[in-house]
Design a protein around this ligand. Structure first.
Ligand code: SF4
Length: 429
């Protein structure tokens, strides 16, 4: 389904419009957005389109490589493949009751992995889907491995009825040239220590097809009811993990030419250790998984500040942050006149509980309640756009920035996680 057509593009010239459903391209029936990309790559396209219940034929001719200018609608919840797992750490099982239904969708869909980088377990992947991945070369894919020991992985995935052995599946993908970004959600006492060592070292032979392995710490909310017992890393364990991963990275760099294994930003912050330099993230391929996001942001901010060379004082604003990043952001802003009059508010996450400390999971109510205790908030409140649901502009609890602004009596501005956006918001441009 076409959501929008950019003007002066091949799609607009051909007469496509928002609301059109594209049924076939060059005689091939389309199943989804991936088929659209796959069959729509040719220079000459004959389309069958359904508009207001009637079918019509449209032809597109474009220069090689030229963008068609179409934006497609996101799949609806019923169109997304969901998992039958009950992972012991699943964040969705730890959500409070009564939130928006779309938040409870347990997607495990290879199409979303290819299109948007969502991590999938491959455990429910049927043979036709496997063949489609290979035929259409859907690469890279993002795969939740967690453990290569079949029995341990089966327990981590909640003892599903089907087999969950991961290495044969990864080997098949790797043999076909599909690149994979692997992920391990680290649960202390479950898949750490010797298990982690085994998992990482059993993935190594699949490099370079398994391009990276991300180790991210488990996130626990206070809504874990009737779920297996889990705990978060201690500070000392976080420090030890930083050292272990640094050792592996040095070894893999020498033998594979890549560090191969990367650790979530949260672990460095928790351990109070310096973040690796930008070059050590080897292109930030998995930044969206929280691997290097902080380093990329801070380096970008330093560069953007150097370019501006402004000595003008920034606005008096309140900058909302999660409790984990707030101390670093405070230090960073204090180094520039633009940030000198900004106050960073470390907002605790009351909805999910104390161990959830990232800004992207703050709710409107949490922000509202905490800021109401702070007195003068200045000219505006800057909230992280990452806390707003994509395209909907609402926090997880359905409040909007305008709702929070009305309650606090001060404008609330959503700021994208790019250094320039923050500097613009601080300077009021
Ligand atoms: S695969 Fe596991 S973590 Fe992912 S949605 Fe399913 S149960 Fe949750």
């Amino acid at each position: 389904m076409v959501a929008a057509v950019r003007p002066r593009t091949a799609g607009a010239t051909a007469g496509l419009a928002a609301g059109d459903r594209i049924l076939t391209i060059n005689g091939r029936a389309l199943r989804d957005a991936i088929d659209f990309q796959f069959y729509g790559a040719d220079a000459r396209l004959a389309l069958t389109v359904e508009r207001e219940g009637r079918r019509r034929a449209l032809a597109i001719t474009r220069r090689p490589g030229a963008d068609l200018g179409l934006e497609l609608e996101a799949p609806r919840p019923g169109e997304i493949a969901t998992c039958a797992n009950k992972c012991v750490f699943c964040f969705i099982h730890q959500l409070p009751k009564g939130m928006r239904r779309s938040l409870y969708v347990k997607d495990d869909d290879f199409r979303l992995s290819f299109l948007h980088g969502n991590y999938i377990t491959l455990s429910d992947l049927d043979e036709p889907s496997f063949e489609r991945i290979l035929e259409q070369r859907l690469s890279p894919l993002y795969v939740s491995v967690h453990a290569t020991d079949p029995e341990l992985r089966w327990r981590l995935l909640g003892q599903p009825r089907h087999g969950v052995e991961i290495l044969p599946r990864l080997e098949r993908l790797a043999k076909a040239g599909i690149r994979i970004h692997a992920q391990i959600v680290l649960c202390p006492d479950w898949n750490d220590g010797a298990h982690l060592e085994r998992t990482v070292h059993e993935l190594v032979p699949l490099h370079p097809q398994v391009a990276t392995t991300a180790i991210v710490p488990v996130g626990l909310t206070r809504h874990r009811e009737r779920l297996p017992s889990l705990r978060t890393l201690t500070d000392a364990e976080a420090g030890a993990l930083v050292d272990t991963v640094a050792g592996w990275q040095a070894r893999f760099l020498a033998t594979l030419g890549s560090r191969f294994v990367f650790l979530g930003d949260e672990v460095y912050l928790q351990a109070g250790r310096p973040l690796p330099d930008a070059a050590e993230y080897e292109g930030f391929a998995i930044a969206e998984d929280g691997i290097g996001l902080v380093r990329r942001f801070e380096d970008g901010l330093t560069r953007a500040l150097a370019r501006r060379r402004s000595t003008r004082a920034g606005r008096r604003v309140t900058v909302v942050s999660g409790t984990m990043y707030a101390p670093r952001l405070t230090r960073l802003l204090s180094t520039t006149p633009l940030g000198a009059r900004a106050r960073v508010a470390a907002v605790p996450n009351a909805l999910f509980g104390g161990s959830v400390a990232v800004a992207g999971l703050l709710t409107g109510q949490d922000i509202q309640r905490h800021l109401a205790t702070l007195g003068d908030l200045g000219e505006a409140v800057l909230v992280p756009a990452a806390a707003l649901r994509d395209g909907e502009g609402v926090f997880l609890d359905d409040l909007t920035p305008d709702d929070v602004a009305r309650a606090l009596g001060v404008p609330v501005i959503a700021v994208e996680p790019q250094p320039r956006a923050l500097l613009d918001a601080l300077s009021g441009t």
